[in-house]
Write a protein that binds this ligand. Structure first.
Ligand SMILES: Nc1ncnc2c1ncn2[C@@H]1O[C@H](COP(=O)(O)OP(=O)(O)OP(=O)(O)O)[C@@H](O)[C@H]1O
Length: 280
């Protein structure tokens, strides 16, 4: 098997006395979609922030292509080809598509003090890259980003990341704010990035979306990987139950342990534990 592009080994992350991630082990290969699933507060964003250089882990090792690597900043992660696209594509509504595509890496034309953005080139490349991801409605690079749909903005951001050489694409809830058709389009784009050999890490609450495009799945509950499996190894119901029930079960287990600790190891009788907080 080829080497993982990116690997997390025994990663722990604490903020002060709060342990947010515990012994996270994950790997992602080229041309593979790894889905990171989990309920609110499970630690998904924190994993992404470790992977993209925003947070240094408290302990553990990140490897890129088998090499131990320390990201001191997001720039370090982006230099090795790790790109993160956030929910709304991280694009600028008042910019043209072309300018937004090249922001920070503007293609210039002219000479010396007369250098200016080559708007035609920028627009052409942006439109071509969006079209290569199946967004054929967009033909003018001079259109404003603010007029694009949510799915089109995602395509612009993903196209940009791939064009600038991303080999690991981290997508943070890319379908969360989209309608059904737009979400399907974004999932298609993810498959296209995967076919280009990009390793995709898809962070989502949506089990259906994950199961549609995922090759490998990790379910986070309270900062721990509660399950790690490949396509076809779990049913949709099993994953949904784990995500919905895992948190409540962990809470109950902690309450029972606490009761036993403070009651000489006795098992709690009915009524001894706090009333059920869940209304589900
Ligand atoms: N800088 C921080 N300082 C203290 N606690 C933090 C910090 N960042 C995150 N946390 C805590 O870590 C836990 C995990 O948060 P995180 O944002 O990673 O979860 P998530 O799975 O991405 O949730 P959501 O789906 O709601 O975005 C939460 O309890 C959060 O309050």
């Amino acid at each position: 098997m080829t080497q993982p592009l990116l690997k997390l080994i025994d990663i722990n992350k604490s903020f002060g006395t709060t342990d947010v991630l515990t012994d996270i082990n994950l790997e992602v290969f080229p041309g593979e979609v790894l889905c990171l699933l989990g309920d609110n507060g499970a630690g998904k964003s924190t994993v992404i922030k470790v992977l993209s250089g925003f947070h240094e882990p408290t302990s553990g090792q990140v490897e890129v292509n088998g090499e131990p690597t320390v990201f001191k900043s997001p720039r370090d992660a982006s230099e090795v080809g790790i790109a993160t696209v956030h929910q709304f594509g991280g694009t600028f509504p008042l910019m043209t598509i072309g300018r937004s595509f090249f922001v920070g890496a503007e293609p210039l034309k002219g000479w010396g003090p007369f250098k200016r953005l080559d708007t035609r080139f920028a627009g052409e490349v942006a439109v071509r890259e969006m079209q290569s991801l199946g967004i054929t409605r967009i033909t003018e690079g001079s259109r404003l980003v603010g007029g694009l749909s949510g799915g089109e903005r995602q395509a612009l951001a993903i196209g940009r990341a791939v064009y600038f050489g991303a080999n690991v694409l981290i997508l943070d809830e890319p379908t969360a704010a989209l309608g059904v058709k737009e979400a399907a389009h974004v999932l298609r784009i993810i498959m296209q990035a995967r076919q280009k050999g990009v390793a995709v890490i898809l962070v989502t609450h949506n089990v259906t979306h994950a199961m549609t495009v995922g090759d490998h799945f990790a379910v986070l509950i309270r900062g721990v990987i509660a399950d790690d499996f490949r396509k076809g190894e779990r049913t949709r119901e099993q994953i949904t139950d784990l995500m919905a029930g895992g948190e409540a079960m962990a809470e109950l287990e902690a309450e029972i342990e606490e009761y036993q600790r403070t009651h000489d190891g006795h098992v709690p009788a009915p009524g001894d534990l706090p009333a059920n907080k869940s209304t589900a």
